[in-house]
Design a protein around this ligand. Sequence first.
Ligand SMILES: Nc1ncnc2c1ncn2[C@@H]1O[C@H](COP(=O)(O)OP(=O)(O)OP(=O)(O)O)[C@@H](O)[C@H]1O
Length: 221
Amino acid sequence: MTLLNATDLYRFYHVGDDETRALRGVSLELRPGELTVLLGASGSGKSTLLACLAGLDDPDGGWIALGGERLSRQPEARRARLRAAHLGVMLQSGNLIPHLSVLDNALLTGALLGRRDAARARELLNRVGLAQRLHAYPSQLSGGETARAALVAALAHGPRILLADEPTAEVDAETEDRVTELIGDFVHGQGRAALIATHSPRLAARADRVLHLSDGRWADA
Ligand SMILES: Nc1ncnc2c1ncn2[C@@H]1O[C@H](COP(=O)(O)OP(=O)(O)OP(=O)(O)O)[C@@H](O)[C@H]1O
């Protein structure tokens, strides 16, 4: 079974006369129970790929399907519905709402889906070491706390797929272990899928599959 299917993705950016080919024919499948780690040098296209898979950006070529439904080249409202139904998304650009507390951010998507689960949100925040920061606002968090709060906000509604960009950025080794455990349980304990861009050797060690992006292509392609 495939939860997410991306075929032959292209994404070009134009600034003045310059063209950056951020994605050049990337295909990918995400399956239940599989933790996939995404590696690549800065500028290789990792964030662009995650944004396209999340339906936050639209590829210029190729297509993406979530649970058999097409995500790419759809109106924003439909992409948002599919995103909420299937995905947990944690991106560097931030998926926290500034005027909501850490706890309310974690409850938001579940509430929109009609399955608000405060006990689960608190448990996840506790597991990543944020039990004392439930009522803080995003602007009051450190970089590492922001990444963990954003990860919990992506996971708390129980999505089938997690897409995450550097969830262990700026954290100490103990917190990195906690975040790795949380993602490992989500994928291997609950049979979900995850695609994680990370430089963490701890997280990479738990991966079922490691993919390398280089200059917008799979390195071995
Ligand atoms: N909005 C944009 N406009 C123009 N160029 C962009 C834009 N976003 C990304 N790029 C370019 O596309 C390429 C891929 O960028 P991307 O952010 O996907 O890389 P990355 O692998 O995530 O890098 P990092 O690890 O530094 O976050 C880079 O050359 C980047 O400069």
